[in-house]
Design a binder for this molecule. Sequence first.
Ligand SMILES: *Cc1c(COP(=O)(O)O)cnc(C)c1O
Length: 399
Amino acid sequence: MSKNQDVIDLFNGAVMPTYSPAIAIMNGKGVTVTDVDGRKYYDFTSGIGIHTCGYGNPAIVKAIQDQAAVITHTSNLFVNVPETALAKKLVAMSELGGKVFFANSGAEANEAAIKLARKYGSASGRYEIVTFRNGFHGRTLATVAATGQAWCQEGYDPLPVGFAYADYNDLESVKAAITDKTVAIMLEAVQGEGGVTPATQEFMEGVRAICDEKDLLMIVDEVQTGMGRTGTMFAWQGYGVKPDMFTLAKALAGGLPMGALVGNAKVADVFTASSHASTFGGNPVAARAALAVIEFTEKNNLPKRAEEMGELLMNALQAKVDEYDKLLEVRGKGLMVGLVVDGDPKVLVDALRDMGLLALTAGGNVVRFLPPLILKESDLEDAIEMISDALENVYGTAE
Ligand SMILES: *Cc1c(COP(=O)(O)O)cnc(C)c1O
């Protein structure tokens, strides 16, 4: 018996079965994790897009340790110094000239964006938000309703109303979804869970133009794309299209739970005293970790590394697509990469894990790679070797 199996059995006996973990991870270092049996893996999931700066990053560890010894929580009845510094930094980085609201997760940051949009529209009787099929915005009732995918809505009726779904990368479909009740359009710059589909340049610009024309708020969900993953600090910067609001979470605080809603001047003061809140929002330990993440990301120019390594990974995968009939397409942006397969992607994800490489599925037929952005070329070469071996095991030797 493996220790992995023992721990998984304990887990399954005590934790509600919303997940089905295949291994139990003991620790992480850089771009690798080690399971309870002592087996080491390249982690091309980054804990689902979290560890952009690598596991056990000394600067992040130190920030967390230092702040934990100073104070771990103040409540928002008092000014919290690290939160204030982080807000100032996010506002400066975004160049949107606005303000920040802090939450504890991606869903909560999006929930805040949805509430803010409704408050903004309430004077004119507008509340509807256009979201996208194959999008993903979280698991609270409102964010599930915002998520245009049946699999995560099933069994949860009645869902909050006020969402209309349009087709991604299809401006005509967006126009058709807009009514006189519409107040906002909410989208990912690269759809992550839905299948690693980047927005086209034309689409991002078109959404911005529609929002300008109809006084709608453009909300970009950067929970997965943010903090350098797609080649710019925030993915919308890569398009040169400024949203009215965007949300961050996954990679923001280097492994600690934190979400943020960043808005421009137009929305900066829509929330008023007591109109929205979060007890833990802006937690000082998470805020110090986030400041360390940002400093490390900027100092090491991780967005540029994401772009360069992403190109190498996508080229290597494209070569495999050319070899194997069962591989259909490579798509993505930076180190957010999807390999579209003909069939169930889980088969390949399992084979990759057997080889020592952790990857994710997305959108029903996509193997998704979200490696730490500190990835070195030698790590990538090892990983590509593992991908070659896994493909051979699953699909046989290519012609
Ligand atoms: C993961 C994700 C969320 C949800 O974040 P949680 O922290 O799990 O609530 C929302 N939007 C996008 C784009 C995501 O990838």
